[in-house]
Design a protein around this ligand. Structure first.
Ligand code: ISE
Length: 334
């Protein structure tokens, strides 16, 4: 039996297993208490690997008195149900994005949390904990580069799962940039225009995409989303300010010199690229359970991310610039 906060992980797939690994061995003041998955064999494998209890199902895990806080990493369509159950049980929950399938459903969770009167929900926008994005935010706060003007982003995945659509490129991939823009520039997104490259023969339709994002604060953002770029997982960003620019630093893997070339491997996916961010997010969550000023994304941020990506999805369909429609922010999040 571990000490400190007992963490229950719902979902033992790729992301859940990785969160379980971190919760089991890399969280100060917390330990992995239990694991649940709709696939019991998968849950058992992860629970046994890390010495945690195997829960009969997600709701049993939430009810387990040994579980003090719940991490939801199950399939997207199940998130809202488990977050609601955590609110009802009065347990803090860190939910992988998206918090809910639509902006409307996300708003219902915001309202339910505000009605319960406790800051129990955090959303897993882990890039807010990435040291490289933090450095950019610090540079902006220090003012050395002057005022921000432009932000160029590229989000490239080596390949995407079959059935992955342009809508998923916006709601599942670019949503990370859409969140980081709000966090970095401390402003809302006003409008999104989605443009598609027409040059690529065959393959997934509408890949790559380009999103033009206008912020209320005036910073203009472009996001390339290319989910079948073949060569590796590559996240880039350049900040352009009135007195200088800054590139998003990339983790530096070992350099290989071979056959007349010098190379550095790309991580195959986001788990490697954002390893530090996931670990720091989990530690910050456990250290600040229930606190309004906890670092990371709140339920309100989760709702806004959904509303902004909804504007991107509308633009995919209309081919037009789409404004972001936001409900009034409850005082609870002020
Ligand atoms: C994936 O679901 C993630 O959340 C990753 O962070 C993102 O980079 C990737 O594009 C998504 O498919």
């Amino acid at each position: 039996m571990g000490t400190g906060v007992g963490i229950g992980v719902i979902g033992a797939g790729v992301m859940g297993a990785d969160h379980a690994r971190l919760a089991a061995g890399h969280v100060r003041g917390g330990h992995l208490a239990a694991v649940a998955d709709a696939d019991q064999a998968r849950a058992r494998f992860v629970a046994e690997k890390y010495g945690a209890a195997l829960a009969a199902d997600a709701h049993a895990l939430i009810a387990d008195p040994e579980v003090d806080a719940v991490l939801v990493a199950s399939p997207d369509a199940t998130h809202a149900e488990y977050v609601t159950a955590c609110l009802q049980a009065g347990k803090p929950v860190l939910c992988e994005k998206p918090m809910a399938p639509t902006a409307e459903a996300a708003l219902q969770l915001v309202e339910a949390e505000a009605a319960a009167g406790r800051h129990l929900i955090r959303v897993g926008f882990m890039r807010r904990f990435d040291p490289a994005y933090q450095q950019m935010r610090d540079a902006l706060a220090a003012g050395t580069l002057g005022a921000a003007l432009l932000f160029h982003c590229a989000h490239r995945n080596a390949s995407s799962a079959s059935g992955f659509t342009a809508v998923n490129s916006v709601t599942g991939a670019a949503v990370h940039e859409l969140d980081i823009v709000r966090w970095l520039f401390d402003t809302e997104v006003a409008a999104v225009t989605a443009l598609q490259s027409l040059a690529k023969p065959g393959g997934m339709q509408r890949d790559p995409l380009m999103l033009i994002v206008e912020t209320a604060g005036g910073v203009l953002v472009d996001i390339e989303v290319f989910v079948n770029c073949v060569y590796g997982y590559d996240i880039r960003a350049e900040l352009v300010c009135t007195e200088g620019t800054m590139d998003l630093k990339r983790p530096a893997p070992s350099e290989i010199r071979h056959a007349g070339q010098q190379a550095r491997a790309f991580p195959p996916d986001w788990r490697g690229r954002f390893e530090d961010a996931y670990r720091l997010q989990l530690n910050a969550w456990v250290a600040n359970l229930g606190r309004k000023d906890a670092p990371g994304a709140s339920a309100w941020d989760g709702y806004v991310a959904s509303a902004v990506s909804a504007a991107g999805v509308r633009s995919l369909a209309s081919g037009e610039r789409e404004e972001v429609l936001l409900a009034p922010k409850p005082d609870f999040y002020a």
